[in-house]
Design a protein around this ligand. Structure first.
Ligand SMILES: C[S@@+](CC[C@H](N)C(=O)[O-])C[C@H]1O[C@@H](n2cnc3c(N)ncnc32)[C@H](O)[C@@H]1O
Length: 253
């Protein structure tokens, strides 16, 4: 047994740092979202906010010209992000920095495209897209995924699970209205398919959790964390028709 007392943050990082993606998604869906975005060239500037270790960032870089700056508040993720960029020989165009997505360290109207997969709900969809609007050039693009309600019916178990995690989900329609009010033309909205959760996220995370379970056997914080992750998988399997990640793509007016 390991005597270290990990915090929840330590456990989240440890469970995710070795994964290609730290949340639901896929290269195919990243490319599909990109297909709605035009006018990117060698001088385009892109920000990938809460980029994690950069699974989606590297896909973006392989499909567009221009430079990409990744930002995440977890230094360990950013170290791997920059290592991944070097391994793929993308380091001239792709660079990761530590920072907070609700207090961006960038210039006003600096970017042609702001990307963010699986993270905006940590600060709230509305707060995020309003704050980020100021950093986009006029006619610049935004592409984010956010967990959203597909229906007006809200099973209490899911509402509680996301609420306990500090995230308020809105319906897809509500988020489109929020986008419009925040100064974007909604260009495309689509839900991520189930395998983005099951095959691409839950399965690799499950393997990482098994390792954690051995390393921290008997540690209550770790055991509760692992149980909560298992419960998330059960909830998704039971209620996936009610909620899921949705890609929102818009253009700044
Ligand atoms: C579900 S992961 C998604 C990572 C990556 N975009 C992906 O799709 O694989 C959420 C990410 O948000 C980051 N994060 C959460 N809150 C943040 C904040 N306020 N500022 C910057 N990063 C944040 C976490 O460190 C984590 O990398």
């Amino acid at each position: 047994m390991d005597n270290k007392q990990p915090s929840i943050f330590d456990l989240i990082v440890e469970a995710h740092i070795g994964l290609e993606r730290q949340g639901p998604g896929s290269s195919q869906m990243t490319v599909q979202a990109l297909s709605f975005i035009g006018n990117l060239d060698k001088i385009s500037r892109v920000a990938d906010l809460a980029c994690g270790t950069g699974g989606q960032t590297m896909v973006l870089a392989q499909n567009i010209a221009g430079t990409i700056i990744g930002l995440d508040f977890c230094p360990g993720f950013i170290d791997i992000f920059n290592e991944n960029a070097r391994n793929l020989k993308l380091q001239e165009r792709v660079h990761g920095i530590v920072g907070s997505m609700d207090n961006l360290p960038f210039d006003k109207e600096e970017f042609d495209l702001i990307w963010s997969e699986g993270a905006i709900d940590n600060i709230g969809f509305e707060k995020g897209i309003r704050h980020w609007n100021g950093f986009l050039k006029r006619n610049g693009y935004i592409a984010v995924t956010c967990p959203s309600w597909f229906t007006d019916e809200r099973p209490v178990e899911i509402e509680k699970f996301w609420g306990d995690a500090g995230c308020e989900l809105d319906t897809v329609g509500q988020n489109v209205l929020i986008m419009q009010k925040a100064g974007y033309i909604p260009l495309a909205i689509f839900a991520l398919p189930e395998e983005c959760w099951t095959d691409n996220y839950f399965a690799p995370r499950e393997a990482a959790l098994k390792e954690l379970s051995k390393k921290y056997a008997g540690n209550k914080t770790a055991e509760d964390f692992i149980e909560s992750n298992k419960y998330e998988v059960e909830l998704y399997s039971k209620f996936k028709q009610y909620y899921g990640y949705v890609f929102y793509i818009g253009q700044k007016i």
